[in-house]
Ligand binder design. Structure first.
Ligand SMILES: Cc1ncc(COP(=O)(O)O)c(C=O)c1O
Length: 409
């Protein structure tokens, strides 16, 4: 007997955790298109289209706007390893798990990592970041926009100007917010920003759009290097230290994504199709309308949770609209409730980690998942699962409250 397993047949689910969430079927269709060679003019034209589309999605004129292959952390790694040489100083304001991830990546680059921290569930006042920049005088400030671990979003509008004043570059991890909350790379004077597809952009994990300006380009060029086997005649490497990663060297990626098309990795064809479709869908909906849809879903979900008598987690003035933290009521077994939602209703909601482990659930209403019927079905399933585990929510009130909130302006 041949040792084979069955054809893939994943159980139907509504993915309503902090990501990945359901991909838009149009994105999945785009991914099933035939492959092309990476230097086929049809494919290089798609690469150019992707650059133009993501300039619009990220509200930037940056020439260097392209995809890093890999999940969202590939974008983080590319920015960090290309900008931070051993000993370079970076300041990371930490307000959740992904701030710690930025530190971890920076430390692996050999950077001199300085941090400030605030309690999970809160974010920073700009003054506190300004004081830390003055104290540490970093070459780079690296910060998360929306941290899914706490469901909070850090206001960024003033941080870019602060960094300019002090000659510091600003990197932003906007994995959880692009496509669901306003992100203005140029207006907010962000030097380099990366994201992922699997949250508010309604795609699968595996591609990390990145954008950066000429300040970053200049820094990257100081470390310019080309692999020996593809080096053009007469090429002279720059004086700066070689970037410690080949795959994530932004300088070599620039060569690949520019007219010189200098061979680097094999572009992940199907992921590029996915990224292209995600951006097309977001822009066709209209970014502002899309943000309003996320805000509306958040209002409806919150109205339903309140009607059930549940407490929300964190500073509600800083809550992301696309993911909501809910306190697990005392005496309720959080994992058993989640398991019942998955097994009996086919709905996945998120658990949490670090200081919030066992304390909150996280419910995502992002991208393609961000729809009225999902909010309603999720609330009804949660209500039933809570009742089964001894928490008495007033029957039916959550869905009624959510419906009413959805319809109000
Ligand atoms: C804010 C933030 N940054 C980075 C990541 C890491 O993304 P990935 O798992 O796609 O590498 C996530 C994933 O949840 C995230 O929410």
């Amino acid at each position: 007997m041949r040792n084979v397993v069955d054809e893939l047949n994943p159980p139907p689910r509504r993915l309503m955790g902090p990501g990945p969430v359901d991909a838009d079927p149009r994105v999945l269709r785009a991914m099933s298109m035939p492959l092309l060679g990476q230097f086929d003019p049809a494919f290089t034209e798609y690469m150019n289209e992707v650059m133009a589309l993501y300039r619009q999605v990220l509200r930037t004129d940056n020439r260097w706007t392209f995809l890093v292959d890999g999940t969202a952390r590939a974008g983080i790694e590319a920015a960090m390893v290309s900008l931070l040489a051993p000993g370079d100083r970076v300041l990371v304001p930490i307000f959740g798990r992904f701030g710690h991830l930025l530190c971890e990546v920076a430390a692996r680059c050999g950077a001199d990592v300085r941090t400030i921290e605030t309690e999970w569930g809160t974010v920073f006042e700009p003054d506190r970041i300004a004081a830390a920049i003055r104290e540490h005088r970093p070459a780079l400030v690296a910060i998360v926009h929306g941290d899914t671990s706490t469901t909070m979003a850090q206001p960024l509008a003033e941080i870019g100007a602060l960094c300019r004043e002090h000659g510091t570059l600003l990197y932003v991890d906007a994995t959880a917010t692009v496509g669901g909350m306003d992100v203005r790379v140029d207006d907010w004077r962000i030097d380099v920003l990366s994201t992922g597809l699997q949250k508010c952009l309604a795609g699968p994990p595996g591609s990390a759009p990145i954008t950066f300006n000429e300040r970053v380009e200049a820094r990257v060029r100081e470390r310019r290097h080309i692999e020996r086997g593809i080096r053009p005649d007469g090429f002279e490497a720059a004086d700066g230290p070689v970037v410690r990663s080949n795959y994530f060297d932004l300088g070599m990626l620039m060569d690949y994504w520019s007219d010189s098309r200098l061979n680097h990795h094999t572009e992940a064809t199907s992921m590029l199709y996915a990224a292209r479709e995600c951006a097309r869908i977001a822009l066709a909906e209209g970014l502002d309308d899309r943000f309003e849809r996320h805000a509306r879903a958040s209002r409806a979900l919150v109205a339903g949770l309140d009607a059930m008598g549940l407490e929300r987690f964190g500073d509600q003035t800083r809550k992301m609209p696309n993911v909501t933290g809910v306190e697990i009521p005392a005496g309720v077994p959080g994992d058993a409730v989640r398991a019942m939602m998955l097994e009996d209703f086919g709905i996945e909601i998120g658990t949490s980690f670090g200081p919030l482990a066992g304390r909150i659930w996280r419910i995502g209403t992002m991208g393609y998942t961000c729809r009225k019927e999902n909010v309603l079905v999720c609330l009804m399933a949660l209500e039933t699962a809570l009742r089964a585990h001894g928490f008495r929510a007033p029957p039916g009130e959550a869905a009624d409250a959510a419906l009413a909130a959805w319809s109000s302006p």
